[in-house]
Design a protein. Structure first.
Length: 599
């Protein structure tokens, strides 16, 4: 530095000299003495305002909030971003409960690092169905120039790229990605990395990244070591070796010990906001259970299929586990004739020509031919017309989906499909059509993962999964942060079938719509330890009961068992809360009507 333009300052440490730059002062003094030249006053004011806008008034202030105009982040999202930046140094598990806006939090963190010049190149790995949704949100809400990976050259030419995990880990992309250095890695649906033996886990571990965010609402699903594996991806050794972790913190697969110490360690790397914390207000859920009476032809088909399965069950000497393949047949018949028709035809083709069972199967196919209407579809259509707004219909079966699409089209109701087999471009197209033109989206179970449908607040469960948590996952597509209306859920079930008893069990006995998923999951796990899975228990009851009253008594007994398990688990709930309420919460402000009949 030029000595004529600097002023020497006393060393603050031996061997270190500090100097103050005086060049600006000399230039200013020269202009004062000559009375000019002076800059334009308007330009000076603009420069002054620009400098003011860039001032950081507090150490923990987020600069990105001034650059995010399309959204208004909630308090918990802002606090999460600050904590990741200042306490966790850019490596964290964002484990908010479903619908609390983990994507918004990740966007805030990424934007903040980019503004500060700490992140330029970022890789975002998400399920294939969510690639375009992430790109759209980053561009529109955060002003981040993100691109969806389509060609190999894009890995190197795009600073912020969004891709599916399956694409990134596959040749020839894998080698390119592993040879690049990323300032930030974001992984959505990170619970899929829970097993360290999988290629996904190993691939993410090999990526070269400075900062890393893992997003998941369920950091633990079946075993506490899943949580250990996730944390090891971010900060190896944070919880010690796996043997030490197990001996120090694990009492059972999902039950921790030394909760205080574990909670302290988790708080260094995981953030979990809960719906019940009071900072987030969700709209109501209004659940209406619609009990239908099948037509005589439909009831005959149901009874025929039940009798067929019962005889097969008796031939197997009551071994329910060996008969679980027939559970699908029983569930399909409660959905639509089309769903059960395909399964029966396939069974017919695979059955030996000389087998007496072949004739029984064909007699059931003939029963299907006599059915000319679908009671559930008629009810769904009436509901849709009464609602006169956008509706999402969930069904478990592709055949039922196709039937509904054709049925609604015949009745002049615009509907589009959404299912797992579609590529991401078609899924995005279907979503846009539903948002802008169609009244109804008919989705299968596989198509519902990760999609956000806050612009819709009516949902029809055309058929009911036997696993109650899958019902909740469906509801979570519409009942989430950003929903501006109360969400209305219509559950269709049929009298004198297994569906009626399942709904009674889930709704009346264990209050599914009021439980958190963690409680529900623990109840089902404890049931499996005592006897068998819920599906197997239901199937066995259905096969061994000789009347609907008998079935109802057995369901009541099972419900009492589940209630007992629920009461036994109450002391454990507090312990689970200390590690962040590992599983996500659901029921809030639930209003339930036992039976509803459309006009």
């Amino acid at each position: 530095m030029n000595k004529e333009k600097t002023e020497h300052i006393r060393p603050i440490h031996e061997g270190l000299n500090m100097h103050t730059d005086r060049e600006w002062f000399m230039e200013w003094e020269s202009r004062v003495l000559r009375n000019g030249p002076w800059d334009n006053w308007t330009l000076y004011q603009l420069a002054y305002e620009a400098e003011q806008s860039n001032l950081i008034h507090k150490f923990d202030e987020l600069l990105c909030l001034k650059h995010v105009n399309q959204i208004e982040p909630m308090t918990h999202q802002i606090e999460t971003a600050k904590k990741v930046l200042y306490d966790m140094r850019g490596r964290a598990i964002l484990a908010d409960e479903v619908g609390l806006g983990k994507t918004i939090e990740a966007g805030l963190i990424l934007k903040e690092y980019m503004i500060r010049g700490l992140v330029r190149r970022a890789l975002i790995l998400v399920p294939a169905s969510l690639v375009l949704q992430w790109v759209r949100e980053l561009n529109q809400k955060f002003g981040i120039n993100a691109a969806a990976q389509k060609k190999s050259y894009m890995w190197q030419t795009c600073d912020v790229i969004v891709a599916s995990m399956d694409t990134a880990k596959r040749d020839p992309h894998r080698e390119i990605v592993l040879n690049l250095e990323y300032d930030m890695l974001i992984v959505d649906e990170a619970h899929k990395l829970k097993n360290k033996k999988t290629t996904n886990y190993q691939f993410v571990g090999q990526l070269r990244k400075k900062y890393c965010l893992l997003l998941t609402a369920t950091p633990v699903q079946n075993d506490l070591k899943e949580l250990y594996n996730l944390i090891n991806l971010l900060k190896p050794g944070q919880l010690g070796g796996q043997t030490n972790f197990k001996s120090n913190f694990v009492m059972g697969k999902r039950m921790p010990k030394n909760e205080g110490v574990l909670q302290q360690e988790l708080s260094k790397i995981m953030i979990r906001n809960r719906r019940g914390d009071g900072n987030v207000e969700f709209k109501k859920r209004i659940v209406k259970n619609i009990l239908l009476t099948l037509s005589p032809e439909e009831q005959a088909l149901y009874d025929g299929v039940t009798d067929f399965i019962r005889k097969r069950y008796e031939e197997s000497r009551g071994e329910a586990n060996s008969m679980l393949s027939l559970v699908t047949l029983q569930r399909e018949v409660c959905s639509s004739r089309d769903a059960v028709f395909i399964t029966l035809v396939n069974m017919f083709k695979k059955t030996d020509e000389n087998s007496p069972m072949r004739e029984k199967i064909w007699s059931l196919v003939e029963l299907i031919r006599s059915i000319t209407a679908n009671t559930k579809a008629e009810t769904a259509m009436k509901l849709i017309r009464e609602i006169n707004d956008k509706v999402i219909i969930f069904t478990e079966y592709r055949a039922s989906q196709e039937y509904l699409l054709n049925y609604l089209k015949e009745h002049k109701i615009s509907a589009v499909p959404y299912r797992g087999g579609m590529n991401r471009g078609k899924k995005d197209w279907m979503m846009d059509l539903f948002r802008t033109r169609a009244q109804v989206l008919v989705a299968t179970e596989a198509g519902g993962e990760g999609i956000n449908l806050q612009f819709c607040h009516h949902m029809i469960n055309f058929d009911l999964p036997w696993n109650p948590m899958r019902v909740e996952q469906r509801i979570g597509r519409v009942h989430r942060l950003g929903q501006t209306d109360d969400v209305r859920i219509y559950n269709l079930s049929t009298r004198n079938t297994i569906e009626e008893h399942i709904l009674s069990l889930l709704h009346e006995k264990i209050n599914m719509f009021e439980l958190v998923i963690g409680e529900l999951d623990s109840i089902l796990e404890r049931l499996e330890k005592k006897s068998t899975s819920l599906e197997s228990s239901l199937f066995k009851m259905m096969m061994e009961s000789r009347s609907h009253d008998d079935m109802r008594r057995q369901i009541d007994h099972l419900g009492d068992s589940l209630q007992t398990i629920q009461q036994d688990l109450e002391p454990d709930n507090e312990r689970k809360a200390k590690i962040g309420s590992i599983l996500s919460a659901i029921g809030q402000n639930v209003e339930v009507t036992h039976e509803y009949r459309p006009n």
